[in-house]
Design a protein around this ligand. Structure first.
Ligand SMILES: NC(=O)c1ccc[n+]([C@@H]2O[C@H](COP(=O)([O-])OP(=O)(O)OC[C@H]3O[C@@H](n4cnc5c(N)ncnc54)[C@H](O)[C@@H]3O)[C@@H](O)[C@H]2O)c1
Length: 244
């Protein structure tokens, strides 16, 4: 089944983890993929692995200048941009008492400014062609809060707000905007969590395990496909029921 045949997708943070699994899924579904990532080596490696329908662009999504340049270059290379997956994100955890201003600011820069910059730079191409799909990475902690993650939770809650706002602003232009809220997924991001906390999280998850990056990639692919044509402004939990 090639649900994304002839579509061009930009996937931020596509060099690693969920983003890389998403790039692979999109290629299998027939899309052409532009991986935007700050990490050159891993990005080039991923693009090589995924083959000729993938191209890597080194982009720091916290720089609007770099984002605008990459958007122009991607449009020039592929001739259009149909899908934007705002997936790049980071954590820098600490309790409120211990969190530094730098930690607060850095996470806001990547997880909030980056999402705003990419959408601002790419949505005009979608408006011009009167169709497009934008999917943003939120998190279950953006809805429920989490100990030691003031900065990250603020950004992931903010992403849900931006998703709803853009769904309203861009709907009439033929663009759907949705978010996914993953639970705890086995990537580098989660590997930094101590083993006893991972065991506790697995215990709290009705499905009894962490999620796999491919399971988030499947949700991104669905929301980016024509099958999701009347879904907009929603946040889809992909979390093994950890939040119920
Ligand atoms: N792993 C989880 O359990 C989990 C849970 C909920 C939400 N999420 C969200 O899913 C998304 C992907 O997470 P992941 O676990 O795959 O993370 P990851 O750390 O494995 O990969 C993140 C990617 O983003 C890139 N990146 C970081 N800063 C960037 C920048 N400024 N510009 C461009 N690229 C940048 C990194 O180089 C990396 O390739 C993130 O937004 C994350 O917050 C993850």
């Amino acid at each position: 089944m090639e649900r994304l045949k002839n579509k061009v997708a930009v996937i931020t943070g596509g060099a690693n983890g969920i983003g890389k699994a998403t790039a692979l899924k999109f290629i299998k579904e027939g899309a052409q993929v532009a991986i935007w990532d700050i990490t050159k080596e891993k990005g080039e490696e991923a693009a090589k692995e995924l083959g000729s329908d993938t191209k890597f662009y080194q982009v720091d999504t916290t720089s609007f200048e770099q984002v605008e340049k990459a958007a122009q270059q991607t449009y020039q290379d592929f001739g259009k941009i149909d899908i934007l997956i705002n997936n790049a994100g980071i954590t820098q955890d600490a309790t409120l008492a211990k969190m530094t201003i730098e930690q607060w600011q850095k996470v806001l820069d990547v997880n909030l400014n980056g999402v705003f910059f990419c959408t601002k730079a790419i949505s005009p191409f979608m408006v011009e062609q009167a169709c497009g799909r934008i999917v943003n990475a939120s998190s279950v902690v953006g809805v429920y809060g989490n100990f030691g993650q003031t900065n990250y939770v603020a950004t992931k809650a903010g992403v849900i707000g931006m998703t709803k706002t853009w769904a309203k602003e861009l709907g009439r232009k033929g663009i759907t905007v949705n978010a996914i809220a993953p639970g705890f997924i086995a990537t580098e991001m989660v590997k930094s969590i101590p083993e006893k906390v991972i065991n506790m999280l697995e215990g709290k998850t009705p499905l009894g395990r962490l999620g796999q990056p491919e399971e988030i990639a499947n949700a991104y692919a669905f929301l980016a496909s024509d099958e999701a044509s009347f879904i907009s402004g929603t946040t889809l939990n992909v979390d093994g029921a950890v939040t119920i």
